[in-house]
Design a protein around this ligand. Structure first.
Ligand SMILES: Nc1ncnc2c1ncn2[C@@H]1O[C@H](COP(=O)(O)OP(=O)(O)OP(=O)(O)O)[C@@H](O)[C@H]1O
Ligand SMILES: [Mg+2]
Length: 255
């Protein structure tokens, strides 16, 4: 079964691409096939975090008519990237029907695969459509008023479209795991008070200097800083995703 996971945030620059790429690597290391889709269509950069140089992008599939299997970049056996295009307005404004087709094609070809969509910042119709198409939604936020407000905005929109279930939070760049847990609890009580629904918790990722160094050297954490705190945190998250994955598309929201 294909498990479509969307990684989003509302606000930009909070770690979506870093987390999508590393969660993908960590899940692959647990023995699962993984496809990472750079759905930050106009300003793609997942390839930089993954240390690969794609020859083709999603643009060659959507606009160039190439088969999807020909535009995929292989990172490792069973770990692939559908790279995004950079600076292409036609891709940013992709019709919603084309996004549905893309997900359908992926589900047909990538059976028994975890597919991670790195969603662009903001609440565009394209972003919200992709979030609705995915089985699981992960909302990243950091402890800053703008990030909290924007991620709550995304949760509110998901609630309105009846997609708040199977939605999980990851507080990123936290000083320690217990403060991450309490950021989650604050956000969850907002949801309970104003939306009347809880939101799930996947776990937190600590602030770690190794992240910036790994990105700068274009070498993912397991190959540059395998003992780093952030990589440990991500491996814990990957185990949790796999627990939900084994429940076959029907994870229960935990508090
Ligand atoms: N846990 C962490 N510890 C330290 N730095 C981090 C951590 N997570 C992310 N960062 C830093 O935050 C920056 C932004 O990360 P990233 O590009 O993944 O964000 P994004 O949400 O994808 O941004 P955009 O909205 O522009 O696509 C990176 O340069 C990275 O170094
Ligand atoms: Mg990004």
């Amino acid at each position: 079964m294909t498990h479509l996971i969307a990684v989003c945030s509302g606000k930009g620059g909070v770690g979506k691409t870093f987390i999508s790429a590393h969660l993908g690597i960590a899940i692959h290391k647990l023995g699962k096939k993984v496809l990472i889709v750079d759905a930050d269509m106009g300003l793609a950069n997942a390839q930089l975090m993954l240390g690969v140089s794609p020859k083709s992008t999603i643009s060659d599939y959507v606009l160039g008519g190439k088969p999807i299997t020909e535009v995929i970049t292989q990172i490792d056996e069973g770990l692939e990237l559908l790279a995004g295009a950079s600076g292409d307005a036609n891709i940013v404004n992709m019709p919603l029907a084309s996004l549905s087709d893309l997900c359908h094609v992926i589900e047909t070809i990538y059976t028994d695969t975890v597919v991670i969509f790195d969603i662009a910042a903001g609440i565009s119709a394209q972003n919200m459509h992709l979030l609705a198409l995915c089985d699981t939604r992960i909302v990243i936020f950091v402890d800053e008023p703008t990030s909290i407000a924007d991620s709550y905005g995304v949760l509110k929109l998901l609630h309105k479209s009846d997609h708040l279930s199977e939605t999980y939070l990851i507080p990123n760049q936290v000083s320690n795991l217990s403060s991450g847990q309490s950021f989650y609890e604050k956000m969850n009580s907002l949801c309970l008070s104003f939306l009347g629904r809880p939101v799930g918790y996947l776990g937190s990722i600590e602030e770690d200097k190794a992240v910036r160094s790994a990105i700068r050297s274009r070498k993912p954490l397991p190959y540059s800083f395998p003992n780093s705190t952030a990589w440990c945190n991500i491996q814990t998250l990957a185990h949790k995703v796999m627990e939900y994955d084994s429940r076959e598309k029907t994870p229960t929201v935990s508090n």
